[in-house]
Design a protein around this ligand. Structure first.
Ligand SMILES: NC(=O)c1ccc[n+]([C@@H]2O[C@H](COP(=O)([O-])OP(=O)(O)OC[C@H]3O[C@@H](n4cnc5c(N)ncnc54)[C@H](OP(=O)(O)O)[C@@H]3O)[C@@H](O)[C@H]2O)c1
Length: 461
């Protein structure tokens, strides 16, 4: 095993050349490229970690997956499910010495032992840097994410590639935003002006009590958004918008939440106006969240112990409602540019608990394949996921989706009927009572690709 371990860790100083080497081996299967690497999944007994372990073992069956957690019974059951190459490793992330000893023996650690809210320290990342082990977390907390980012130089000096805020949202949504911005800058002269992340999850999304605690803790945080380059703070679960998530999800109400991709996208992608919203179903959960944000003091909602008690109270009810609410999940990212160009990415899946694992596994594989430079990166940074690796990451993450589209104008992905009429030199788009008009180029037989690029620049009148 030491040989295998040495293999990946030895490669870290020359990751740039590893990327090049990978490019020449495009025909090599993912199994070949990541064969025999050892991956520790912290929180592997939980829903997100367990789902990641299953997805990783499917994507790359030769990986050795170690399920890390405190519960031996749950851990052993998960390791059995994964097959004979896997085993359970008892590890408490608060026991720094034991954690570091475990990390010394693996090539990559996937940290999903949340909640990340008010965690105080980046214990796992710091231990990974000392152990020279590659790292990815599924953090969804702004403070934690920027604290992790502050270790960038230390990680770079230790030749450790690390990604913070991997996962589905944040994670895949950041990469979608980065790709929309890249396409806008490459294809037109318009400047990206407004980026909007909208998320929908039915019920609790079938994930664990930790994510319930995460949602409650987020209600205690003021929402940070950016408006024309200025940082603004807003009330949590306010600013409702009715967003069309397209096929399989349709229109849903979404509310402002304090999510890390807002500040990272603003900083990294240089978009002046950025916000993130989240909504759930059935509708009364949204009302409940709104009421909690309004009625409960912020200090109460920021207290992890009190929130855990609240979770214990709500969990049986949440599970009962989940049984009929399902766990559909959808991401919609909207990018609007100065020249009126408006493009959208949509990612929808029937089961959040499955999609989050597939998405996290896609990040883990990207790191093992050498797409991440030494340092700590957000997913939208090119050092985090190289531009040429984004498409493969998105395609892997999109496995099992019911709808995955990128870089389309909204009218092509939304569920409302659209009428397209050409009259003389103009195309008219009737978006249910809002008529838009644009000069028509020479379009032969309404080729969808030509139409798409023509209509990309539509601004609502
Ligand atoms: N970025 C994204 O896309 C995304 C999406 C969804 C969720 N998340 C985040 O993912 C995290 C996990 O959610 P979940 O639904 O999987 O929660 P979960 O089912 O409750 O699982 C949490 C896991 O963490 C482990 N854990 C907790 N404290 C630990 C400690 N001190 N040492 C070792 N293991 C510990 C638990 O193990 P034990 O068995 O030892 O208790 C459990 O396996 C949450 O923080 C959530 O916010 C991120």
């Amino acid at each position: 095993m030491a040989g295998v371990l040495f293999h990946f860790k030895r490669l870290m100083p020359i990751l740039g050349s590893v990327v090049k080497e990978r490019e020449t081996k495009v025909n090599e299967s993912v199994e070949e490229r990541t064969k025999n690497y050892r991956v520790l999944i912290l929180g592997g007994t939980g829903r997100v970690g367990g789902s990641t372990a299953v997805a990783l073992s499917k994507l790359s069956p030769d990986l050795q997956i170690l399920v890390g957690g405190r519960n031996r019974v749950k851990g052993a059951a998960m390791a059995n499910k994964l097959g004979e190459k896997s085993k359970f490793v008892e590890v408490n992330i608060d026991d720094v010495m034991a954690l570091e000893a475990t990390l010394n023996d693996v090539d990559l650690v996937v940290h999903s032992a949340g909640p990340f809210q008010q965690a105080g320290k980046c214990t796992v990342l710091e231990a990974a840097i000392r152990a020279k082990t590659a790292y990815v977390d599924v953090c969804d907390d702004t403070c934690y994410a920027w604290r992790a980012k502050s270790f960038c130089e230390k990680a770079a000096a230790a030749n450790v590639p690390a990604i913070t805020t991997g996962g589905i949202y944040p994670g895949v949504s950041n990469v979608m935003a980065a790709e929309l911005v890249r396409a806008a800058r490459d294809e037109t002269k318009g400047n990206p002006e407004r980026l909007r992340f909208s998320y929908y999850t039915a019920g609790s999304g079938g994930v664990g009590p930790t994510i319930l605690a995460t949602s409650f803790l987020l209600l205690g945080e003021e929402v940070v958004a950016y408006s024309k380059g200025e940082k603004v703070t807003l009330k949590p679960y306010s600013g409702v918008l009715n967003v069309d998530f397209g096929k399989g999800i349709r229109k849903r109400d979404v509310y402002l939440l304090n999510l890390p991709e807002v500040s990272s996208a603003h900083e990294v992608l240089g978009v002046p106006t950025v916000s993130a919203r989240f909504g759930t179903a059935p509708f009364f959960w949204n009302w409940g969240m709104e009421a909690m944000a309004f009625l409960l003091p912020a200090e109460f909602l920021r207290d992890r112990i009190k929130v855990q008690q609240l979770v214990q109270l709500f969990d049986p009810l949440v599970r009962a409602v989940d049984a009929f609410a399902g766990e559909r999940v959808s991401i919609r990212v909207d990018l609007e540019c100065s020249n009126g160009r408006h493009t959208v990415g949509i990612f929808s899946h029937r089961r959040l608990s499955e999609a989050v694992g597939t998405a996290t596994a896609a990040f883990a594989l990207a790191i093992l394949e050498g797409s991440t430079q030494p340092g700590v990166w957000f997913p939208e940074e090119t050092e985090g996921i190289a531009v040429e690796a984004r498409e493969i990451l998105l395609n892997r993450a999109a496995e099992g989706t019911i709808n995955f589209v990128m870089n389309k104008p909204p009218w092509m992905v939304e569920t409302d009927p659209k009428e397209l009429i050409q009259v003389g030199n103009y195309i008219y788009v009737d978006e249910v009572s809002r008529i838009q008009k644009r000069e028509a180029p020479q379009i032969d037989n309404w080729n969808p690709c030509q139409l798409e690029s023509t209509l990309c620049g539509f601004r609502q009148l």
